[in-house]
Ligand binder design. Structure first.
Ligand code: MSP
Length: 573
């Protein structure tokens, strides 16, 4: 019956209207941000940047923020001997700073301690209550403070030696709790949630849909949605009953509504969220509680949950006790923030855990951003080859001749022709690693073309001097760089901007539709344009490992290819 009502109201459709609301989880302020947190935000940011690029008519909105109530925060503040409010201010500010440094283009940063949020939670609670979905009951069970959740016996493991119990999933300790609480009739919404989960592409990657459906194959118990105020005082009071405070997960989930101005009508312009990015550890809350709460309140559940796995460090779970928590600010000192963004999106895949390792980061950043992308730009802009410092336009007759005679040119052309469609397909599924892969394959083809076409032999004054052909080769190379720059904007926004600035690509010509304009299918911009002198052609410097620094700084002639040696000789002459 409820399902039918939902269908009638179109609750399960409405994924892609003209607005596109995207959220990250809100982050607990019990500890400073680490790369796992940044990863959730970077995925959401790259997703939104792509949406803006591809669908300029769409109203895209990205919200993030901090989750500041509950026992966990109370305890963390007490441990640091800081008043809770001050503690929340300090850590929340660190998230804000990291996201700003990482260029997360958020439209709002919500804190659950803000008045606008408390008002939204009170309204949401009253709505659930007035619809008869909340009741009071004596409740007892195992509570896990770290995960802020009650767990059933089957979700626990017992340490025989100490008698202590832990959450099977997270490994965090639990404590026995008996209290009078308000309960939410979750059991009533089981069929609705199953129906919602089963809609096409509702939960991605698909493996997480299966996990949810496994959980949903057992009867859902009702959930406690309040705690006694004398136990959890750092929380939002239950409306009309100050002896109870709102359960932190109900409080936290409502942030997605309060960030849009709920309960004021304005929220409906962006509701429901098109995509909610979450980590795998909070799947139950977003994949079961959240749609149930929303349906119970008469609101539409989200269009899609995009679930990502976790980062381990050198194969180990990140944890304070192992002292292996990677701080994004420190990581950015090593790799630059753009380098860190690139590494996270290049190396991370949503369906399984990613391994964060310094060696891997160095290898990827040096070979892809420095050697493949950066180096090609420097070579195409080198004053010796390009003394007029221009982005030339390809000359038709030379272009035809080069494409007809050089396999490397044909391969580059084919790669460019497929770039837009392939990358769009990967972006649509948040497969950022495949976008990077595709862009790097194109840049390899461009490097190969540049090397094979030996432009340094065509310089004025040299024996085989042929300026128009030289300019055509540079134009083709710069077209490849420009197109890859456009494609990579969501992943490395600052580096891509610097690249496009250097090539003097007007701000109005950086949208997705400009991927169709290159030597590969059209004469793209008429005459040649002057390169931007203010912008450096040095995009990304190789990162030297400390102990190898001295070695690497020495010239290494033996490794240079014959062609490069020749180019160097020519350009130095
Ligand atoms: N406050 C809740 C979310 C409430 S949303 C209504 C919370 N906060 S959290 O700070 O613990 O986690 C926030 C996000 O960071 C989650 O998506 C979580 O999966 C992600 N990560 C935490 N550790 C992580 C890794 N090691 N790797 C990748 N992401 C990780 O849960």
């Amino acid at each position: 019956m409820l399902i039918r009502r939902i269908k009638c109201l179109g609750y399960l459709g409405a994924r892609y209207n003209s607005s596109h609301f995207v959220t990250t989880p809100i982050f607990y302020v019990n500890a400073a941000p680490h790369i796992g947190h940044l990863y959730s935000a970077v995925i959401a940011d790259a997703h939104c940047r792509y949406q803006r690029l591809k669908y300029p008519e769409r109203k895209v909105r990205l919200c993030t923020g901090t989750d500041e109530h509950g026992t966990k925060i109370q305890q963390a503040a007490a441990l640091h001997k800081v008043p809770v409010a001050t503690y929340c201010d300090q850590i929340s500010e660190r998230y804000r700073e990291v996201f700003q440094n990482a260029n997360i283009l958020q439209d709002d940063f919500i804190r659950t301690t803000e008045e606008r949020h408390k008002r939204a939670v009170a309204h949401f609670w009253r709505t659930l209550n007035s619809r008869g979905h909340i009741y009071s009951a004596a409740y007892s069970g195992w509570y896990c403070v770290s995960d802020e959740t009650f767990l059933t016996d089957s979700q626990l493991k017992l340490d025989e030696a100490t008698g202590a119990r832990y959450s099977l999933e997270s490994g965090h300790p639990v404590e026995w709790t008996e209290e009078t609480n308000y309960m939410f009739r979750l059991s009533k919404f089981q069929d609705d949630v199953i129906h919602w989960v089963k809609q096409e592409a509702r939960i991605r990657p698909a493996k997480f849909e299966k996990i949810l459906l496994d959980t949903l194959s057992e009867p859902l118990p009702d959930v406690s949605v309040s705690r006694p105020s004398n136990r959890v005082h750092w929380a939002i009071p239950v409306p009309d009953d100050s002896s109870q405070t709102v359960y932190v997960w109900l409080d936290a989930l409502v942030n997605y509504l309060s960030a849009l101005g709920y309960p004021d009508e304005e929220y409906s312009a962006f509701w429901p969220p098109a995509q909610q990015i979450i980590g795998k550890d909070i799947l139950k809350f977003h994949g079961i509680y959240w749609p149930a709460f929303l349906i119970a309140a008469g609101l539409q559940p989200p269009g899609q949950l995009y679930v990502h796995s976790h980062w381990t460090v050198d194969g180990q779970k990140m944890s304070k006790s192992k002292q292996n928590v990677v701080n994004p600010v420190q990581a950015a000192e090593q790799y630059t923030m753009e380098g860190l963004r690139y590494f996270l999106l290049r190396e991370g895949v949503a369906h399984s855990d990613g391994n964060y390792s310094h060696v891997k980061a160095l290898r990827i950043l040096n070979s892809e951003l420095a050697d493949t992308l950066g180096n090609l730009l420097s070579r195409a802009c080198a004053k010796t080859l390009n003394p007029r410092q221009i982005y030339p336009s390809a000359q038709a007759e030379h272009l035809a001749e080069i494409l007809g005679s050089l396999d490397a040119a044909k391969r580059l052309q084919e790669s460019l022709l497929q770039l837009s469609e392939r990358c769009a397909q990967h972006y649509e599924s948040n497969h950022f690693h495949l976008v990077a892969d595709t862009a790097m394959a194109t840049l390899h083809a461009a490097n190969n073309f540049f090397e094979t076409s030996r432009p340094w032999e065509l310089k004025k004054g040299a024996a085989g001097s042929n300026e128009p052909r030289l300019e055509t080769i540079i134009a083709m190379t710069m077209d490849a760089l420009r197109l890859c720059g456009i494609v990579l904007q969501p992943i490395i926004p600052q580096l891509a901007t610097r690249l496009l600035d250097k090539l003097s690509v007007p701000a109005t010509q950086r949208g997705w539709n400009y991927l169709a304009e290159s030597f590969a299918n059209t004469a793209h911009h008429g005459g040649s344009r002057q390169l931007n002198e203010q912008s450096s052609a040095m995009l990304f410097q190789r990162i030297l490992e400390e102990n190898r620094e001295k070695e690497e700084r020495k010239p290494q002639p033996a490794k240079r290819s014959k062609a490069k040696k020749k180019e160097r000789r020519e350009t130095m002459s």
